[in-house]
Design a protein around this ligand. Structure first.
Ligand SMILES: C[S@@+](CC[C@H](N)C(=O)[O-])C[C@H]1O[C@@H](n2cnc3c(N)ncnc32)[C@H](O)[C@@H]1O
Length: 274
């Protein structure tokens, strides 16, 4: 994601835009997480550390958070952006999540957001990660399920065809790397197969209704571009052109300035106990 030259945002810019545009919904998720003061949280694949301020608030006082990511560049942004955080002790580790440098269970809570969609073997990854969580500790995985994406007033059949084309592209791995943008609905099954019990799953609806803020407009433009890039190969030229017209600010059909324009998708959180 974000590394393809056809995308106009860097990975950190895309993560930040996404996070800011969905900040109300994501903040609510963190409010709902089973965290308590003093918890030790391991944020696996933490990226540029966008969730840390809210996690830190929930584990204060006395909490510790370790953010782990493969990318030293994202970790350096994470460190910089969270340097004023006073609520919890933060550490950052550059490592592969399949080879984490812990010899015994360290975490009360393991958190991983928006990353299980990239794992071809999510059950094995979850089993491995669970070894770092103390007995009785919790695992919180958050991810997307883009099959529910809705843009209105685009014609319903155009949206459906585009989403179906995206599903086909994902199934046939046409995007150049493993990616399951429908992993959200599978999280409970992944936990069950990994042998993790006491599951709770919550699906969060994300809705944006016009008039959109400039940030929401940029976010929706980016989503529309990602969706069409994904689906492109399985759509007719007519559908591709129609989609592009709806998201071209110079077109009379431009949807994001239309009163009553509406966007919807879902994000899923599954929590289990080790
Ligand atoms: C979509 S980003 C999500 C970042 C962050 N969790 C968020 O929600 O904003 C996926 C992250 O996974 C990291 N990543 C991918 N494979 C990894 C691995 N094997 N070990 C550690 N980090 C990995 C990437 O560097 C990237 O920061």
């Amino acid at each position: 994601m974000g590394k393809d030259s056809s995308y106009f945002l860097t990975e950190a810019e895309w993560l930040t835009l996404h996070h800011q545009a969905l900040s109300r919904e994501r903040r609510q998720m963190v409010e709902d997480f089973p965290l308590q003061p003093g918890d030790r949280v391991l944020d696996v694949a933490c990226g540029n550390g966008l969730w840390e301020p809210w996690l830190a608030e929930r584990v204060a006082p006395g909490g510790q958070i370790i953010g782990v990511d493969l990318s030293p560049a994202l970790l350096s942004l994470a460190r910089e952006q969270n340097k004023e955080c006073a609520e919890a002790v933060l550490h950052w580790i550059a490592a592969d999540l399949q080879a984490l440098p812990f010899s015994s269970p360290w975490a009360d809570v393991l958190f991983c957001a928006n990353t299980f969609q990239y794992f071809p073997q999510p059950v094995e990854v979850l089993q491995k990660l669970s070894q770092i969580v103390r007995r009785g500790g919790r695992i919180i995985i958050k991810d997307v399920d883009v099959a529910h994406i809705t843009f209105s007033p685009l014609p319903v059949d155009l949206v459906e065809r585009t989403v179906l084309a995206g599903i086909q592209a994902a199934q046939e791995q046409k995007v150049g790397h493993y990616h399951d943008p429908f992993v959200g609905r599978k999280l409970p099954q992944i936990f069950a197969q990994a042998g993790i019990r006491h599951l709770q799953t919550r699906t969060y609806g994300v809705q944006k209704v016009a008039p959109f803020t400039p940030l929401e407009t940029q976010f929706l433009q980016t989503i529309a571009k990602v969706v069409i890039d994904y689906a492109r190969e399985y759509l007719t030229a007519q559908d591709r052109t129609a989609w592009q017209r709806y998201f071209d600010p110079h077109s009379p059909q431009y949807v994001l300035h239309q009163p009553g324009a509406y966007f919807y998708t879902v994000e899923v959180v599954t929590i289990g106990q080790v």
